[in-house]
Design a protein. Structure first.
Length: 434
């Protein structure tokens, strides 16, 4: 198919809700390491990684070699049979969870399914049904996951799943309480208790949160927030669920899981995305008592698939053997410094935030009012495409640029990216002046 045939086929045969970046959809034909090529042969430096998914580089040779061997050996039998790849992956994950306490895994196909499984486990374990989530969160696209999500644009079809309430998140740049950190004393964390006491029965099944909110634009709370919240959740009988679909596997730097950056030991962790480096996988890993509470029989036809499980185990091994968690911390800090320099040059950048190789720029019309600048954000995206760099967009107002490159990028990649992003800001401003 030609590029135009691909674009037309997308328009004719896919749900119209399947949207694409850019005025003209970018047709990607191949990828390798930190680069992708479009249908016209143009080469791009990828700093979005398939929405925080390409963790060890596109078409990683070490990972793919193991995947190819597995495909030639055993491709699929479902969970009603035992296989070595699923067992080996579960054993490896159990060895690296926080304090080694989460040791029972259930594998699915996506982050949405992983979060569904976590909520089920929390309800089975506690005997309660009510769940507390956070504003600005994103947890998936099923009916339950969309109810957990707290952004109107991602809640489709009249969300009606009962028993879910939302507390205030620590979005310091746009504090919902109108306060300033640290003089605020993290009052937003206390809202979790207020929500439990005023909008639930007082005994909850669980609390779910992303350590860094992804779709919200990499909203990163202060160090006190999650420890305070974890104590509140425990006080009211709830299970703490850390949604690590985007933050796990070393991306935040120096730790396997994002929640470890705050010293909190969750009861359940969910993940997907970077675990498979592009292979479809979902993970729900829990403390044994919680996993054991899910009584009865269940299956996942494709969860724990031998090929996907092999890919995931290979990804974890690659991250471990190549010290990519440390690279995320070091190169992430280098990227952050470059972004801070861009903030000094471009008044449209209101906030720089994130951790490790999850970094974001929130764009505003002016820094005093902090009025979101979604149109300008789109203009920068278009300019960045012309400058052959890929990055993502997010935020409740569509005014946040997200950067989540493969974790094995180098400082020289960062230099090139920052140089081209700088040029993109300049170009977008010039285009607006015409």
């Amino acid at each position: 198919m030609t590029k135009n045939e691909i674009i037309l086929a997308n328009q004719e045969f896919l749900f119209p809700s399947v949207f694409h970046y850019y005025k003209e959809p970018l047709v990607i034909m191949r990828a390798k390491d930190q680069y992708v090529w479009d249908a016209d042969g143009n080469k791009y430096l990828d700093f979005f990684g398939g929405i925080v998914t390409v963790s060890v580089g596109h078409c990683n040779e070490e990972v793919n070699r193991k995947v190819h061997a597995q495909m030639d050996t055993l491709q699929h039998v479902s969970t009603v049979f035992a296989t070595e790849p699923q067992a080996a992956l579960a054993k490896k994950i159990a060895s690296i969870t926080p304090n080694g306490k989460l040791t029972k895994s259930f594998f699915t196909n996506s982050g949405t399914e992983a979060n569904e499984t976590a909520i089920l486990a929390a309800r089975c374990y506690t005997g309660s049904s009510e769940i507390v989530a956070l504003r600005y969160s994103y947890h998936g696209r099923s009916a339950l996951a969309m109810t957990l999500t707290a952004q109107a644009s991602w809640r489709l079809g009249g969300v009606t799943t009962p028993g879910i309430v939302h507390a205030v998140n620590a979005y310091c740049y746009r504090c919902p309480l109108g306060l300033t950190y640290p003089s605020c004393k993290v009052r937003c964390a206390q809202d979790v208790e207020e929500v439990i006491k005023t909008t639930t029965s007082g005994r909850i099944a669980g609390f779910i949160a992303e350590p860094i909110q992804g779709v919200a634009g990499f909203v990163t709370p202060p160090k006190e927030y999650f420890p305070i919240v974890a104590d509140i959740v425990k006080k009211y009988g709830g299970v703490y669920i850390s949604d690590e679909v985007q933050t796990a596997w070393g991306r935040t730097g120096g730790k396997w899981f994002g929640i470890e950056q705050w010293g909190v030991e969750p009861d359940i962790i969910t993940s997907a995305k970077g675990l498979g480096n592009g292979a479809p996988i979902g993970l729900t890993v829990a403390k044994p008592a919680i996993a054991d509470a899910v009584k009865g029989a269940t299956i996942s036809t494709f969860g724990g698939n031998p090929v996907t499980a092999t890919a995931a185990k290979a990804v974890i091994d690659y991250v471990d053997e190549h010290n990519l968690s440390i690279n995320s911390a070091e190169v992430g800090a280098y990227l952050r410094a470059g972004l801070e320099e861009l903030k000094e040059k471009h008044p449209i950048i209101g906030d720089v935030r994130g951790m490790g190789l999850m970094q974001a720029l929130e764009l505003v019309e002016d820094r005093e009012s902090r009025k979101p600048a979604p149109a300008q954000t789109l203009a920068v995206m278009e300019a960045s495409r012309e400058n052959r760099i890929l990055l993502g967009k997010g935020g409740l107002y569509g005014n946040v640029l997200r950067m989540s490159p493969p974790m094995n990028i180098s400082k020289s990649d960062v230099d090139e990216f920052v140089r081209q992003l700088d040029a993109s800001f300049v170009r977008s401003r010039a285009m607006a002046a015409v």
